[in-house]
Design a protein around this ligand. Sequence first.
Ligand code: GLU
Length: 463
Amino acid sequence: MPSETVVTRFAPSPTGFLHIGGARTALFNWLFARANNGKFLIRIEDTDRARSTQAAVDAIHEGLDWLGLSPDEDPVYQSKQQDRHTEAAYELLERGGAYRCYLTPEEADAERARAHEAGHAFRSPWRDRKDTGEGSFVVRFRAPDDGETVIHDEVQGEVRFANKTFDDLVLLRADGTPTYMLAVVVDDHDMGITHVIRGDDHLVNAARQSQIYDALGWGKPVFAHVPLIHGDDGAKLSKRHGALGVEAYRDMGMLPEGLRNYLLRLGWSHGDQEIFTDDEVIKVFALDAINKAAPRLDLEKMASVNAHHLRDADDARLADLVIARLESEGAAKKPAQKRDQLIAAMPALKPRAKTINELADQTAFLFASRPLEITGKIAKSLNDDATERLNRLKDALGALDDWSAPALGDALKAFAEEEGVGFGKVGAPLRAVLTAGAPAPDLSDTLAALGRDESLGRISDQI
Ligand code: GLU
């Protein structure tokens, strides 16, 4: 047991939906907290008032809830912590870690350009002035001049940055508002964050933030920068590759536990195990097993991981998800009325689908209304021979007491034997009249799912 309670956080900027990369970051933070009996917190980084929206905040919360990654405490809103950020900036002024810079934005830009052209980092002339300027000022960080900033990253290993490459950055703007770099440090400190797990696009920020921690005399969290997800062609992930909000994956028919498992394996491994329950992962999840190479998003793999979880999922839950799907598509009339039938058929249906949407497609045969419209090749296969045989089959099935899948399977086999034909001669026409060519499970399961009256009715309709 670590002596300090692990506290992690997911800190999205609410400028859009919870995208797949963010979801994975949240998942790693959540898992690491769970694996260490710690806490998982959410901080909404809404200081960019122009780009932050309530709709995005809602979408992020909904996405996290759906994924089952709810935080252990109420979310922190960065915009509400401004006074603390300001306080820290003034503390830095007092400690000499920052200074008032009276350059106008234009002067600062020109100075910075000149410094960069000369091959060194930007230092404001106000850095070493003892006098006080006039008019408005920004509070600027006094970046260390010599030496290196070293990040001991749990994923990236030891990463070294030469301090002389860092500009003196603004901590408080002329209007008194804090900048992102300051806000993150103060919030992580105040929230007691012990581990910062986030995308590796923040690795350079970690160096800057580390300098600010040092200047404030604060202890630093452990950093773990996770490689960003790439598209299947290895390029940076974009919408074209499926970089969508998590609700898009829900609408594709993924289960939350399926998506979680897929995202987990995207860049993290434990031997060659592919399928994990939450309990299994929580036992073994460690940051050093996160891969250094950028993983690629693979929707087919996602669906096949999802298929495993679909098979393990509760039948009533799946029936409800299928009903919701059918209702939203308007694909079936009052699908909820067949809930019990769906639940009973689920063990036969679910091994045949990778997603809820495929599962819903598999149930279309249940919702078809009589008489089924049978056309094309299938209609042609129902010749006189076949319909006469169906007639005899109808009587044989009608005489059954037990309408369960095993009993129906036996009866079909016995009937084919009696008729002296291969099973296909019985099965093909029966399947045609029961489903009109819609996907369906084995005939015995299909008959059982439809029930006696509906099955016999569908046969009668066509003979
Ligand atoms: N708000 C930042 C982002 O959405 C994350 C900052 C952090 O995790 O430190 O990229």
